[in-house]
Each structure stands twice: as C-alpha cells, then as structure tokens.
Design a protein around this ligand. Structure first.
Ligand SMILES: Nc1ncnc2c1ncn2[C@@H]1O[C@H](COP(=O)(O)OP(=O)(O)OP(=O)(O)O)[C@@H](O)[C@H]1O
Length: 300
C-alpha cells in the first residue's frame, strides 16, 4: 500500500497542501480529483519523491518509503517525461535501464509492452510522429516498463478520444489485476466514477472526501425522484406545489419532474399521496447523486 500521512507543502507563504492523508490500496484503482490548483500534482510529486514535503511522510507497506521502493514505482508526470524527437522503443529501453533492468531485459519488456499497446509497428518511429492518443500510451508505457510495484499517473486520460480512453482504462485494469495500487488524477468525473474503486477528493490543499464510489454517492443522503402526468386532459402537470409540502426540501423542479429530500419520516409518502390525488404518477423512486454532484457539493 502506498500512503501519505499529514502531507504539508508550502511555497513561500502559500500553503498548497495542508495535512493530506491518502491511501492507495493494492489491486485497487484510486481516482484523485479536485479543482484546478487543489494540489493533486503537488501530492503526486511528493509521493514519488520529485518534491519534498514541508511536513508529513510517505509510506510504503506501512513504513517510511525509501529511494529503492520509489525506483520500483511507475510515474507519469504532468509535464510528461519523454523526448518528442527520440524514437519510441529506444527511450523506453533507456528508462527501463534507469529502473534497474538489464539491457536485454529492458528490450524484452519494451517489446511485449508495445505489442500489448498495439504499437509494435511504431517502435522505431519518433514519438512526435504518433497521434496524441498513441503518444499518451507511450507515456504510460514508460511508467510500466519495469513492471512497477505501484502506479501514479497525472491525468493519463486528458485529451484522449473515447476509444483511446477505453484502451488506457483496460491497460490500467490489467495492472490493478496484478495487485498493483494505481492512483490517477482526472477532471473527468464520469470516467472516475466508472473506473475507480476508491476516490479521494482534494479542495484547496485538504482532503475533503474519500471512500468508495458508492460510499461517496451515498453521502448525498436519501433523495427521491418524482415524475408526474400527463393528466386526463393531456396537461403535463407541474410540481411547483411540492415546495409547499411540510418536511420536504425540493432540490430541483423542472415541470413534471422533481428531485427532493425529506426531513421527517413519512413525508415522502405524503408527497406520493398528493401527487396521485392530482393525477398520474409516472415515476417515484430513490435516487443517488452522481460523483460529479457530490464533487460540487464537497468542494464548495
Ligand atoms: N513550484 C511551485 N511554486 C509555487 N507554487 C506552486 C508550485 N507548484 C505548484 N504551486 C501552486 O500549488 C497549487 C497547487 O498546484 P497543483 O499543480 O498541485 O494543483 P492541481 O490540483 O494538480 O491542479 P490542476 O488540476 O490544475 O493540474 C497551485 O496554486 C499552484 O500554483
């Protein structure tokens, strides 16, 4: 397990991280989300030792991380690490050697990795001659070449089309399947919701939420979705009256559709009875917020 305890980072007078705790569990995909400038890149740099924390520590399997531990990890930095003008396989082999592989071993690993990534035919091409999606895959390959013990990826999905997203996702899933702890940052919350086992939300340098996707979605509390009409006369119906029902907090009304929470037991049944008295009810069901909605709520 890769974890951080009480990470603080100051740049001059600015406190950019203010006591961040983080756990990236083996065999689980952890999404790292937060608004621009929340401190995700700074945290990831500290995890990999590119930047030192002002306070706090990074642990690997419950003890302070060492340089040797970090050499076994894979990292895709925000600024990307590869040279655009160098050939794909050549620089991956070089990186494999920097991570401690012998030349033959590094060549074999790069060969099979490029095969897996559907890039075997591009091994001798310059990186900048590849499409953005393929360049991004090579950047991830750089983090995978030595069979990493943990993976930390800064926005690996940014700029990718839906097919390239799927290819990247299945690559990361394979690593998770090997038992590797995987942490990646992203602003694509639908993607994080779909792919991740765990999510950590950062706001202004503090962890404001963490848990599994269902746990975070459940934080929104019990909500009910109601849809009515059309009535006997063909009128669509309007749920404006919901605002006057005691014990009901209306989150959204859009003509015949509404989303509400109730403060007292039985209030939802009163709503249903009143809706049925007024006309047909098309839907009345519990509802959970999406990860995007939870995110907006917790980072406010
Ligand atoms: N070397 C530095 N010197 C001064 N301030 C810095 C430095 N690096 C980062 N910061 C500041 O730290 C804050 C957090 O930045 P960071 O890049 O970690 O955020 P982020 O969550 O990754 O943002 P984004 O989603 O936009 O990539 C920002 O206000 C940034 O300007």
């Amino acid at each position: 397990m890769l974890s951080a305890r009480g990470l603080v980072r100051r740049f001059g007078d600015a406190v950019v991280l203010d006591g961040v705790d983080l756990d990236v569990l083996p065999g689980r995909m952890t999404g790292f989300v937060g608004a621009n400038g929340a401190g995700k890149t700074t945290t990831m740099r500290i995890l990999l030792g590119v930047l030192a924390p002002s306070a706090g520590e990074v642990c690997w399997d419950g003890r302070p991380v060492t340089a040797a531990d970090r050499r076994d990890m894979g990292y895709m930095p925000e600024e990307r690490g590869l040279y655009p003008k160098q050939r794909v396989a050549e620089q991956l082999v070089h990186l494999g050697r920097l991570h401690g592989l012998g030349t033959q071993e590094a060549r074999a690993s790069v060969g099979s990795l490029l095969e897996r990534l559907d890039l075997a035919g591009r091994a001798d091409d310059r990186l900048d001659s590849l499409s953005l999606g393929n360049q991004q895959r090579v950047q991830v390959a750089a983090a995978l070449v030595h069979g990493p013990s943990a993976l930390v990826l800064d926005e690996p999905f940014s700029g990718l089309d839906p097919l390239a997203v799927d290819a990247m996702a299945s690559l990361l899933r394979e690593e998770v399947g090997r038992g590797v702890p995987v942490l990646f940052s992203s602003h694509q919350l639908d993607l994080v919701e779909r792919l991740c086992d765990d999510v950590v939300v950062l706001a202004q340098g503090r962890r404001v939420a963490a848990g599994t996707v269902p746990e975070l979605r459940a934080r929104g509390g019990a909500r009910t979705r109601l849809e009515v009409g059309p009535g006997a006369g063909g009128d669509v119906g309007d749920l404006g009256w919901l605002r006057d029902v005691a014990g009901v907090d209306v989150l959204d009304v859009d003509g015949p559709r509404a989303l509400f929470t109730t403060a007292e037991p039985g209030a939802d049944q009163r709503v249903l009875a009143e809706a049925l008295r007024r006309g047909p009810v098309r839907a009345f069901a519990p509802d959970e917020p999406s990860l995007s909605e939870v995110f907006r709520e917790v980072v406010r």
